[in-house]
Design a protein around this ligand. Structure first.
Ligand code: URA
Length: 274
């Protein structure tokens, strides 16, 4: 893990140098800074008042239930398929995802995006679904949001593919980047579940509402879920904002920095995998 000093970390997150108050008057999160090259908006100075103020959580859609039966299949067919997937090794799982026809997204995708990274990773990053860039390249988080995600990882000494695996709740792009639908989430559910079983990461970072709600079976918004250590099958889960949201709301990067620090703490507390 590469060592970065405070200033370098803050630059990566696009939070440096832009303080007009003396640092001792700022919360710890405000001292974190980002230097995301991801988007011009992220390079705007962060007003100190905005950082200190409570920022309202963006409107969040209702929770998506995970119980819908994909494609009108019978419950036993769904259970059989799920059991088959739970026995797959990496190669079989990846092939199955790439050829999946379980929901309508198979008709609109260019290609499925199974995930990328270290299959023995300590860190698993879970996002929502591929966007246009990911659909074109077959790799998660390669667009503007992905660049910010890479900067966030770099800020805590991590690098895509090196001790880190990145996957999405949905493996195929929803048209026009619309929200994932219940039936799509239900069809894709065994894939991420099996990936988590195979990796057995020591920490999961859920970025955004869909990842957080999927992992925690919750309908709460990100703002209500972040700031504490949750668990998925005994693996600690930390919730943070989606990088695409951070690009639109750069003042929230300070909170995302807090979340990354919490994830590091949770990892230190978690037992090493066997
Ligand atoms: N947003 C996500 O949630 N995942 C990606 O892979 C890209 C953008």
């Amino acid at each position: 893990m590469s060592e970065l000093n405070q200033e370098s970390r803050l630059k990566l997150l696009g939070l440096w140098p832009r303080w007009s108050l003396r640092l001792e008057y700022l919360p710890r999160t405000a001292v974190a800074e980002a230097g995301s090259t991801a988007e011009a908006a992220a390079a705007q100075p962060i007003p100190v008042a905005a950082l200190a103020a409570e920022v309202a959580e963006p409107a969040e859609d209702a929770m998506l239930p995970q119980t819908a039966a994909p494609g009108g299949s019978s419950q036993s067919a769904i259970a059989d398929r799920r059991m088959q997937i739970m026995r797959m090794d990496w190669d079989e799982l990846t092939q199955t995802i790439c050829h999946c026809q379980q929901c309508g997204l198979a008709q609109t995708r260019s290609q499925a995006v199974p995930g990328v990274g270290d299959r023995k990773a300590e860190w698993l990053i879970v996002g929502e679904a591929p966007g246009a860039d990911e659909d074109a390249q077959g790799e998660p988080f390669v667009g503007q949001a992905g660049k910010l995600l890479d900067n966030m990882l770099a800020a805590i000494g991590l690098k895509r593919g090196d001790g880190v695996y990145i996957a999405n709740v949905l493996k195929c792009r929803p048209p026009d980047n619309r929200n994932p639908q219940d039936i799509e989430i239900a069809a894709c559910e065994p894939y991420l579940t099996r990936q988590i079983e195979l990796i057995r990461p020591r920490i999961i970072l859920a970025v955004g509402k869909f990842a957080a709600q999927w992992l925690l079976t919750s309908d709460k918004p990100v703002g209500a879920l972040r700031g504490k250590i949750h668990h998925f099958n005994e693996i600690p889960v930390i919730v943070t904002y989606h990088p695409a949201y951070l690009l639109r709301s750069p003042t929230e990067k300070a909170r995302a920095w807090e979340d990354l620090c919490l994830a590091q703490d949770a990892l230190k507390q978690s037992a090493p995998s066997l």
